[in-house]
Design a protein around this ligand. Structure first.
Ligand code: ATP
Ligand code: MN
Length: 461
């Protein structure tokens, strides 16, 4: 494989003849020498190329090389005398591959993330976005590493579904009907029997229910794939298309679920700290002061545990400080989550046993008949990062609960059959991948941690 900039930056290849292809970040011209800063996305730091302006054959090519151009350089790698780098490439031959006119938007200066969002096809060429994408890559790889090392099977659940599963969020309809001329039934409704699937189909909001079916065969599974929500909320935390990780474990109760969630988060965060030191130092200096220490702290702290009822008792004492005062039964909102983690526990907190009214139908009922075996992992600075539960695995209790909520058992027939044929206690959770990337990098807006964000009124590129 070809050499990359990163391979040259340690001093191991000093004295060697090197050929490298990359893009020019900057060009500085002095009287007798010119300097090119080359970057190919393999590291934050670029490779300095020194060009002797006196050499005729170099000079003519150098003139055509500008910021943003792609080049191929051959030369000897030398120890650098300059203070900013340890090595430099002394050019012997220089070849312009693709020129770059001076309307190139990424000239040497700091651009705002808002500006760069409009240049999403180019923004990965900046320090900030290349660092984010390298960290995103390391996190995706470590998600697979964690589950594979622990015997989980990677399962791909469908993106198009015909069952409005848990109502986790508003769904997008998938249709090939002619919108100018929609077929209608006798009573005036859209006639989906004429549609592609002969029924109404949607993009998935969660792979959990299908994931559960595979856990009932393979024991421990995980999904990691695109998820869609027609969230009409223009926030820094919501995308219409995001990636979700959903493990599901058979023969596992809420205790096992919490154990896996904690070690999973610590594992993926630690991999970033260990393998993306340079990028984390960059985020720490230029994005969010203290973010690295914050992540280290999460990795090194045992998570605190409390029940919802205990959390409410604590929060009620501070109700005067909240925009939304709480009482038993109310949703725990962002401000409360941050209070619990930042002020009370000073580390991540796992809150369990929520009132059934504020959680999904499939969560296992406690003996009190009022609370369910749900757990949310809350993190300082962020609030909820993971939501999970032990699933209701008793057929009669599940049916009862569905009736209470007015859900039609018919449309969940296959989900209910899991409870009929060899049912077992099982549990799982969901982590929004972009939320995790945003947390680790300290980046403010979720639209900046995915290559091409899709959000309400926004679908560019
Ligand atoms: P929120 O209250 O923040 O909208 P939620 O309660 O809808 O989240 P869940 O239904 O529990 O979230 O989804 C599981 C995980 O998926 C969340 O913890 C979060 O990390 C992530 N997630 C949910 N909605 C979005 C979204 N629109 N964009 C990005 N990530 C999301
Ligand atoms: Mn939501």
């Amino acid at each position: 494989m070809d050499l990359r900039v990163k391979d040259l930056l340690d001093e191991s290849r000093i004295g060697e003849e090197i050929e490298i292809s990359a893009w020019v970040r900057t060009k500085r011209e002095g009287k007798s020498v010119a300097f090119l800063d080359l970057n190919d996305g393999s590291s934050l730091k670029g490779l300095q190329v020194v060009v002797d302006v006196g050499k005729k054959e170099l000079e003519s090519e150098l003139e055509r090389i500008t910021t943003g151009a792609s080049v191929k350089v051959r030369g000897r790698l030398e120890k650098s005398l300059g203070g900013n780098q340890s090595v430099e490439l002394s050019a012997e031959s220089l070849e312009l591959i693709g020129s770059c006119p001076n309307d190139y938007p990424l000239q040497k200066k700091r651009h705002t993330v808002e500006f760069l969002r409009e240049k999403a096809h180019l923004r990965a060429r900046t320090n900030l976005f290349s660092a984010i994408m390298r960290v995103r890559n390391t996190m995706a790889y470590s998600v697979h590493r964690f589950f594979q090392e622990n015997g989980f099977i990677y399962v791909n659940t469908p993106l198009i579904t015909a069952s409005d599963c848990e109502g986790a969020g508003a769904q997008f309809t998938v249709t090939t009907l002619d919108l100018e001329n929609v077929p209608k039934t006798k009573d005036g409704k859209v006639d989906y029997s004429k549609d592609f699937f002969s029924k109404e189909a949607k993009l998935t909001v969660s792979g959990q229910l299908e994931g559960e079916t595979y856990a009932m065969a393979l024991r421990n599974i995980y999904t990691f794939g695109p998820t869609f929500r027609a969230e009409n909320s223009n926030t820094a935390r919501h995308l219409a298309e995001f990636w979700m990780i959903e493990p599901e474990m058979a023969f596992s109760t809420l205790e096992g679920d919490m154990e896996v969630a904690e070690s999973f988060l610590k594992y993926i965060f630690k991999k970033v700290l260990d393998e993306r030191e340079e990028d984390m130092a960059f985020f720490d200096s230029f994005v969010l002061k203290g973010v690295r220490e914050n992540i280290e702290h999460v990795v090194n702290s045992p998570f605190e545990h409390m029940t919802y009822t205990e959390a409410i008792k604590i929060l009620e004492k501070h109700n005067s400080e909240f925009e939304y005062p709480v009482k038993w039964g109310s949703d725990i909102q962002s401000e409360h989550e941050r209070y619990l983690t930042e002020v009370i526990a000073k580390r991540p907190v796992i809150v369990t046993d929520y009132p059934k009214e504020i959680k999904a139908f499939y969560m296992k009922m406690n003996d009190d008949g009022k609370t369910v075996r749900a757990m949310d992992v809350l993190a300082p600075r962020l609030g909820e990062i993971i939501g999970g539960s032990e699933r209701e695995w008793r057929e009669d209790v599940l049916l009862e609960r569905m009736k209470e909520l007015g859900l039609d058992p018919e449309s969940y027939w296959w989900y209910l059959e899991l409870r009929k044929y060899g049912s077992v206690p099982h549990s799982g959770f969901g982590l929004g991948f972009e939320r995790a990337v945003r947390y680790v990098t300290g980046v403010e807006n979720i639209r900046d941690v995915i290559p091409y964000p899709r959000a309400v009124k926004y679908c560019e590129f």
